[in-house]
Every structure is written in C-alpha cells, then in structure tokens.
Design a protein around this ligand. Structure first.
Ligand SMILES: [Mn+2]
Length: 348
C-alpha cells in the first residue's frame, strides 16, 4: 500500500508539494474543483480563485503539467478527485445540457488516459456534502465536523441553479427544485455509468465512486445514492467493468447503518473494487456522528490495514479530512499527524 495526500486546487503549488515530499508520501490526489474554498460567485462565473477557468482547463496538457510538477518532487498523481459542477450539473439533475455534458466528461476521461492519470474519483450526488455542522468535536476540542439530523432542516429545498452544494450559474432562483426519488437517482447513475465506463476502460482510467456524505436516505428532498454497504454492492452490480470502482471513504462507510466495515472492506478488496481509500476515522453513525482524529474513532485502523493487506489491496490511502489542530497551521498539523500515524501502521 502507498500513502498519498489530497491537495485542493489552491494547494497545487511548490509549498504543498514540498510539504508532501517532506512527509514522505509517494502520491497526491488532486482536487481541481476547489470544493471547500471556492468563492461561489467565481465558480458560478466559471472562474476560480486564480481568475482562470475552473471548468475548461481539464485537458491532457493540464494533467501532463500537473504530473510533471509532482514528479519534480518525487510525487505521483494517484487520482483527480471530483468533476467540477460546471461539467456535470445537468448530468446530476437530468437537465437540458445533459448529453453535451456527458460528451465533455468523456473528453476529460480520454484526456486523463492520454496523460496517464490512473483514476478519477467522483461523488454522484444532487445535494453533495451538505448538512454538516462544524464544532469542537475531536479530542481536546479540535475543530471538526459532524452530523446531527436534529440540528438541521433536512428538507430545506435546493434553490434553482445549485447542485452538489455549489452554484452552477451566477444567480440562484427560488428554492423550487423538484424532489428526486431513489429510483430516479439510480436511473441517472446507471445511464452515467453506461456512457462513461466504456470510455474509461478504453482510456485505462478507473472511475471511483465516493459514497454519499452524510450517508442518509434523503436530504433536501433528494434521495441519496451510495448510502449503505449494500448500495455499494448495487453500484458494482451495475457494471462488471474493471473501471467501475470505489473511492472508498472509510469514514462514510463506518457512518452507515448496515454491515460490518471489516467484512465489507475485505469483500471489496478481494473483488478488486477499490480505486483508492479515504483513510479516516469517525465516532458514531447516522443520524449522529462526529469526524475525529485517526486514532480515536470507532474504526480500529490497525485492524483495517491488516484486512486490506490480507485481501490483496495494494493501492493508495489518503487521510481525506482531518480535525484541525489548535496551532498556526491547523490543516498542515492535522494532515501531518494522520500521515505519521498511517506510516507507522504500514511499517508495522
Ligand atoms: Mn471521503
């Protein structure tokens, strides 16, 4: 197994490559859609924090350049994580631009293949990550996120012009998006896989599905897709293509109500259905959980490493989110703590 670091778009620079190299990780997962920091206005205008287009520059050339920059620091690109909302809002919403957007997604997958990007992670979700609350939930009051169904209005409607918790046009309309049933979201997902997987397979690119976060039945009147261990099995059953894999988030998997996480991970590893892993820990399950430090949650991470090893997993682990340590560099300290812990587990 290999350890990687996830970097958001604003972090794809020399400082963060040196940070990753100094931690001794071999891989980077790059988010080109800057989910947590993007200015919604700029995203809606199709520009990101640097004033460049965040949706138009996902070409083989961009991917080659990114790989070369990483290689200069002995780092390999493990995956691109997430499409931009501008790429696929109507794929998620079954809107008028759907077919054109599917064609564009195919071109991104082909470009990734040309540049030797092995994997693209995605999260097929109408709400996206929505419903978290931030608080001092981790050890010592470290700031983290959690989910408590009683503290949110779970049926708050989604405004027109928003999907995946991001605006995809400059002005949001009334909160009047139609509800989406479970049958409907599975239908949309099956069509997406049918069209994208053959292209991905030919390009040598794995499409890796992140589970719903939080993994509940519905939020904002739209059904969730991969919200249980069985839902992952259903997603795999949609296509036997070797390009159809999981961006396996252990945090979300542990938050789900069904199944034994060690058995499920063993099964998915044996079946070679894991693209890469979000190796993080949580306390509690839906409808009430907190994200915590890697060594204080409900998952026995040492046992998890053994399960992965025993079942032949040889891919990349990244820390995903970590609680923020109380210091001048909360993000860096949180990641460094998790990666140090992961390196020790692997060494043992
Ligand atoms: Mn995750």
């Amino acid at each position: 197994m290999k350890i990687g670091l996830g970097l958001y778009r604003r972090m794809l620079n020399e400082d963060h490559y040196r940070f990753a190299q100094q931690l001794g990780v071999s891989h980077v997962v790059a988010h080109l859609e800057d989910y947590f920091s993007a200015d919604p206005k700029l995203v809606a205008e199709g520009r990101d924090n640097w004033g460049t287009s965040c949706a138009e520059d996902w070409t083989a050339e961009t991917f080659h350049r990114l790989k070369a920059d990483l290689a200069a620091h002995d780092l390999e690109l493990a995956a691109i994580e997430n499409f931009a909302v501008a790429h696929w809002h109507d794929v998620l919403l079954d809107g008028p631009k759907r077919d054109a957007q599917i064609e564009h997604l195919k071109s991104i997958v082909r470009a990734a293949g040309q540049a030797g990007v092995p994997c693209i992670g995605y999260n097929f979700s109408v709400t996206g990550v929505w419903g978290w609350v931030r608080g001092p939930f981790a050890r010592g009051g470290a700031m983290s996120v959690g989910f408590d169904i009683d503290r949110i209005d779970r049926d708050a409607p989604i405004p027109e012009g928003m999907v995946w918790n991001m605006a995809y046009r400059d002005r949001l309309g009334p909160e009047s998006q139609r509800p989406v049933s479970s049958d409907e979201i599975w239908l949309r997902y099956a069509r997406f896989l049918d069209e994208l997987l053959p292209v991905a397979e030919e390009a040598g690119v794995v499409l890796a599905a992140h589970p719903d976060d939080p993994p509940v039945d519905t939020l904002r009147m739209t059904a969730k897709l991969i919200n249980s261990h069985d839902a992952y099995r259903r997603a795999f059953a949609l296509s036997a293509s070797p390009a159809n894999k999981a961006e396996l988030c252990l945090g979300c998997l542990q938050e789900m109500a069904d199944g034994d996480i060690y058995d499920t991970v063993a099964e998915f590893a044996r079946q070679d259905r894991i693209g890469y892993i979000h190796f993080r820990n949580v306390r509690g399950k839906v409808p009430n959980y907190h994200e915590v430090f890697i060594d204080e949650g409900d998952i026995d991470m040492a046992r998890m490493i053994a399960v992965l090893k025993d079942n032949g997993y040889d891919g990349v682990l990244i820390p995903d989110h970590t609680p923020e340590l109380h210091c001048n560099a909360p993000w860096h300290a949180g990641k460094a703590f998790a990666i140090g812990y992961m390196k020790a587990l692997l060494a043992r």
